[in-house]
Ligand binder design. Sequence first.
Ligand code: ADP
Length: 259
Amino acid sequence: MRVLLRDITTEYHTEQVRKDFVANASHELRTPLAIINGYLENLTEGDLLKDQDTALRFLKIMGKHGRRIARIVEDMLIISRLESGEANTLKIKPFRLKSCALDVVERLESVISTQGASVNLQMEVPEVRLAGDRFYWTQILFNLVENALKQNPQIPLAVTVGWREEASGLIIWVEDNGVGIPSSDLPFIFRRFYRVEKHHSQEEIKGTGLGLSIVRRAVEAHEGKIEVGSIPGEATRFEITLPPQMILPEGSNTPDDSA
Ligand code: ADP
C-alpha cells in the first residue's frame, strides 16, 4: 500500500495566520465594545438620562468608539477583499497618479494646516498614467501620508510624495522627517494590528493598526513591492516599485483627465 504524503507546512502557517487574525481582531473590537456597553449600562441603570449634560457626554464617547469599530471593520473588509485573490477585486482602469495625490492632500488639508505641517509633491513625471485601481492607489497614498501626520503631531513635519520613472518601473515614495520607526520594529510594521508604541489606554490609539497591511496588499495586488527605511528624527521613507507594464503610454484618454 502506498501512502501519499503531503507537505502541510504552508497550510499550517496559513491556518496559524488566520487564527492570529481572528484573535487580534476580536481583541481590537472587544475593547471599544466594552466601553460602549459600560456607558450604556451607566445611562440606563444609573438613571442618568435626566442629567442631559452627562447623558450627552456619554453619548459622544459612545459615538467615538462606535466609529472606531466601524473603521476597524471597514479596514478588515478591505484586507479580506484584497486577500481573496479574486480576479475582479481590482477594477483596473487607466488613471493619473497625480489625481490621487491631489485627492489625498485635499482630504487631509485640515489636519495638515492644524499641525502646521507641509506636504510637497515631487513629481518627475507629473502626468504619468497607470493601469490600476484608482480607489486603492488613493488609499495607499492616503494611509502613508496620514501615518506620517498621525505619528508626528508635535513636529513641524515635512512630508514629500513623489515618483520617477526608472528601468525597473515607477518608483513612488512617501517620506517624512518625523520621529521615525526603530530598526527593530521595521520588519513587523506591515503585519496586521502591529503598532510600534504599545498603548496602555484607548485614548492614545491613533489608528486601526491595519493601514500598512492594506498598503502592502494593495501594492502587491498591482504586482508591485514596497520597502521602508527609517532614520528616526531624520527621514522615514516608504518606497514602492511598480513594474513597467503598469505604466501606460501617453496619448490615449484617461477618465480622470479633467481631474
Ligand atoms: P496604524 O493604524 O496604527 O497607523 P499602520 O499599519 O498604518 O497602523 O502602521 C503600523 C505602525 O507603524 C504605526 O502604529 C506606527 O507605529 C508605525 N508607523 C507607520 N508609519 C509611520 C511613520 N511615517 N512614522 C513613524 N511611525 C510610523
